[in-house]
Design a binder for this molecule. Structure first.
Ligand code: ADP
Length: 173
Protein backbone atom coordinates (compact mmCIF):
# COMPACT_ATOMS: atom_id res chain seq x y z
CA UNK A 1 0.00 0.00 0.00
CA UNK A 2 1.32 3.44 -0.94
CA UNK A 3 2.05 5.88 1.88
CA UNK A 4 -0.75 8.28 2.77
CA UNK A 5 0.35 11.91 2.56
CA UNK A 6 -0.52 14.13 5.50
CA UNK A 7 -0.74 17.81 4.55
CA UNK A 8 -1.52 21.17 6.14
CA UNK A 9 -3.54 23.91 4.49
CA UNK A 10 -4.72 27.21 5.90
CA UNK A 11 -8.12 28.58 4.91
CA UNK A 12 -11.78 27.75 4.42
CA UNK A 13 -12.55 24.02 4.38
CA UNK A 14 -15.69 24.55 2.26
CA UNK A 15 -13.38 25.35 -0.68
CA UNK A 16 -11.25 22.21 -0.34
CA UNK A 17 -11.54 19.65 -3.14
CA UNK A 18 -10.91 16.41 -1.28
CA UNK A 19 -13.36 13.49 -1.70
CA UNK A 20 -14.72 14.26 1.77
CA UNK A 21 -14.48 17.16 4.18
CA UNK A 22 -15.17 16.68 7.87
CA UNK A 23 -17.64 18.86 9.75
CA UNK A 24 -17.25 19.69 13.45
CA UNK A 25 -20.98 19.18 14.03
CA UNK A 26 -23.01 19.07 17.22
CA UNK A 27 -24.92 16.02 18.35
CA UNK A 28 -28.25 17.29 17.04
CA UNK A 29 -26.86 17.24 13.46
CA UNK A 30 -29.11 20.22 12.79
CA UNK A 31 -26.35 22.71 12.12
CA UNK A 32 -24.73 25.42 14.20
CA UNK A 33 -22.15 28.16 14.00
CA UNK A 34 -18.47 28.07 13.11
CA UNK A 35 -17.35 25.55 10.53
CA UNK A 36 -20.73 23.76 10.78
CA UNK A 37 -22.60 26.90 9.69
CA UNK A 38 -20.10 27.56 6.91
CA UNK A 39 -20.47 24.01 5.52
CA UNK A 40 -24.27 24.11 5.50
CA UNK A 41 -24.32 27.60 3.93
CA UNK A 42 -21.89 26.64 1.17
CA UNK A 43 -23.25 23.12 0.58
CA UNK A 44 -26.94 24.02 0.46
CA UNK A 45 -30.05 22.31 1.86
CA UNK A 46 -29.32 18.75 0.63
CA UNK A 47 -26.84 18.27 3.50
CA UNK A 48 -29.34 19.24 6.21
CA UNK A 49 -32.00 17.04 4.57
CA UNK A 50 -29.76 13.99 4.93
CA UNK A 51 -28.76 14.98 8.46
CA UNK A 52 -32.46 15.07 9.38
CA UNK A 53 -32.98 11.60 7.92
CA UNK A 54 -30.05 10.24 9.93
CA UNK A 55 -31.44 11.94 13.03
CA UNK A 56 -34.84 10.33 12.46
CA UNK A 57 -33.15 6.91 12.15
CA UNK A 58 -30.62 7.06 14.98
CA UNK A 59 -31.45 10.19 17.00
CA UNK A 60 -28.44 12.40 16.33
CA UNK A 61 -24.76 11.59 16.69
CA UNK A 62 -22.97 10.90 19.99
CA UNK A 63 -19.68 12.60 20.83
CA UNK A 64 -16.72 10.94 19.12
CA UNK A 65 -18.83 9.26 16.45
CA UNK A 66 -19.37 10.24 12.83
CA UNK A 67 -21.95 10.03 10.02
CA UNK A 68 -21.67 10.72 6.29
CA UNK A 69 -23.87 12.75 3.93
CA UNK A 70 -23.65 14.21 0.47
CA UNK A 71 -21.47 17.25 -0.06
CA UNK A 72 -24.36 19.01 -1.81
CA UNK A 73 -22.98 21.94 -3.77
CA UNK A 74 -19.53 21.72 -2.19
CA UNK A 75 -16.50 20.73 -4.26
CA UNK A 76 -16.14 17.75 -1.89
CA UNK A 77 -18.43 14.82 -2.75
CA UNK A 78 -19.18 13.97 0.88
CA UNK A 79 -19.35 15.60 4.29
CA UNK A 80 -18.45 13.45 7.28
CA UNK A 81 -20.09 14.96 10.36
CA UNK A 82 -18.38 14.20 13.63
CA UNK A 83 -19.12 15.55 17.11
CA UNK A 84 -16.12 16.74 19.08
CA UNK A 85 -16.03 16.89 22.87
CA UNK A 86 -16.67 20.09 24.80
CA UNK A 87 -13.54 20.88 26.83
CA UNK A 88 -14.18 20.44 30.56
CA UNK A 89 -10.57 20.58 31.77
CA UNK A 90 -9.22 17.46 30.10
CA UNK A 91 -10.02 14.71 32.61
CA UNK A 92 -13.50 13.93 31.28
CA UNK A 93 -12.37 11.65 28.42
CA UNK A 94 -11.89 14.62 26.08
CA UNK A 95 -8.66 13.29 24.50
CA UNK A 96 -10.16 9.83 23.81
CA UNK A 97 -13.34 11.36 22.41
CA UNK A 98 -11.42 13.76 20.17
CA UNK A 99 -9.20 10.93 18.90
CA UNK A 100 -12.36 8.92 18.15
CA UNK A 101 -13.65 11.79 15.98
CA UNK A 102 -10.59 11.48 13.74
CA UNK A 103 -10.49 7.67 13.74
CA UNK A 104 -14.21 7.19 13.08
CA UNK A 105 -14.12 9.75 10.25
CA UNK A 106 -11.15 7.95 8.67
CA UNK A 107 -12.95 4.64 9.05
CA UNK A 108 -16.07 5.93 7.27
CA UNK A 109 -13.94 7.43 4.47
CA UNK A 110 -12.07 4.13 4.08
CA UNK A 111 -15.32 2.13 4.05
CA UNK A 112 -16.43 4.31 1.11
CA UNK A 113 -13.05 3.72 -0.58
CA UNK A 114 -12.32 7.47 -0.62
CA UNK A 115 -8.84 8.66 -1.53
CA UNK A 116 -8.75 12.03 0.22
CA UNK A 117 -10.20 13.69 3.30
CA UNK A 118 -9.84 17.11 4.96
CA UNK A 119 -10.29 17.84 8.67
CA UNK A 120 -10.96 21.14 10.43
CA UNK A 121 -9.47 21.70 13.89
CA UNK A 122 -12.31 19.89 15.66
CA UNK A 123 -13.41 21.24 19.08
CA UNK A 124 -10.99 24.19 19.04
CA UNK A 125 -13.69 26.82 18.43
CA UNK A 126 -16.80 27.18 20.57
CA UNK A 127 -16.08 23.83 22.27
CA UNK A 128 -12.95 25.36 23.83
CA UNK A 129 -10.40 22.54 23.45
CA UNK A 130 -6.89 24.07 23.83
CA UNK A 131 -5.42 24.28 20.33
CA UNK A 132 -2.02 22.77 21.15
CA UNK A 133 -3.52 19.78 22.96
CA UNK A 134 -6.09 19.25 20.20
CA UNK A 135 -3.41 19.32 17.50
CA UNK A 136 -1.38 16.67 19.36
CA UNK A 137 -4.42 14.40 19.64
CA UNK A 138 -5.38 14.97 15.99
CA UNK A 139 -1.94 14.18 14.56
CA UNK A 140 -1.47 11.11 16.74
CA UNK A 141 -4.95 9.76 16.00
CA UNK A 142 -4.47 10.09 12.23
CA UNK A 143 -0.99 8.55 12.29
CA UNK A 144 -2.16 5.70 14.52
CA UNK A 145 -5.13 4.97 12.29
CA UNK A 146 -3.06 4.95 9.11
CA UNK A 147 -0.46 2.71 10.70
CA UNK A 148 -3.05 0.24 11.94
CA UNK A 149 -5.27 0.05 8.84
CA UNK A 150 -4.78 -0.69 5.19
CA UNK A 151 -6.77 2.34 4.04
CA UNK A 152 -7.86 3.57 0.60
CA UNK A 153 -6.81 7.08 1.66
CA UNK A 154 -3.87 8.65 -0.16
CA UNK A 155 -4.21 12.16 1.24
CA UNK A 156 -5.24 13.53 4.64
CA UNK A 157 -5.37 17.33 4.96
CA UNK A 158 -5.49 19.33 8.18
CA UNK A 159 -7.27 22.55 7.26
CA UNK A 160 -6.28 25.23 9.74
CA UNK A 161 -8.50 28.28 9.83
CA UNK A 162 -6.10 30.45 11.77
CA UNK A 163 -2.34 31.02 11.72
CA UNK A 164 -1.92 29.78 15.29
CA UNK A 165 -3.27 26.36 14.40
CA UNK A 166 -1.25 26.25 11.18
CA UNK A 167 1.93 26.91 13.13
CA UNK A 168 1.09 24.19 15.68
CA UNK A 169 0.51 21.60 12.96
CA UNK A 170 3.64 22.63 11.07
CA UNK A 171 5.71 22.15 14.19
CA UNK A 172 4.23 18.71 14.71
CA UNK A 173 4.44 17.27 11.20
P1 ADP B 1 -16.33 23.25 17.71
O1 ADP B 1 -17.73 23.44 18.22
O2 ADP B 1 -16.01 21.80 17.42
O3 ADP B 1 -15.31 23.93 18.55
P2 ADP B 1 -16.15 25.37 15.70
O4 ADP B 1 -16.79 25.42 14.37
O5 ADP B 1 -16.55 26.42 16.69
O6 ADP B 1 -16.38 23.89 16.25
O7 ADP B 1 -14.57 25.46 15.52
C1 ADP B 1 -13.78 24.40 15.07
C2 ADP B 1 -12.62 24.96 14.28
O8 ADP B 1 -13.05 25.26 12.95
C3 ADP B 1 -12.03 26.25 14.84
O9 ADP B 1 -10.61 26.14 14.85
C4 ADP B 1 -12.49 27.31 13.84
O10 ADP B 1 -11.56 28.38 13.76
C5 ADP B 1 -12.51 26.50 12.56
N1 ADP B 1 -13.33 27.03 11.45
C6 ADP B 1 -14.38 27.89 11.48
N2 ADP B 1 -14.86 28.11 10.24
C7 ADP B 1 -14.08 27.37 9.40
C8 ADP B 1 -14.04 27.17 7.97
N3 ADP B 1 -14.90 27.77 7.16
N4 ADP B 1 -13.08 26.34 7.47
C9 ADP B 1 -12.21 25.71 8.28
N5 ADP B 1 -12.20 25.86 9.60
C10 ADP B 1 -13.12 26.68 10.17
Amino acid sequence: MAETKIEIQQGDITKVETDAIVNAANSSLLGGGGVDGAIHRAGGPAILEECKQIRARQGGCPTGEAVITTGGKLPARYVIHTVGPVWHGGDKDEPEQLANCYKNSLRIASDKQLQSIAFPNISTGVYGYPKDKAAQVAVKAVKDYLQQHDSSLQQVVFVCFDAENRKLYEEML
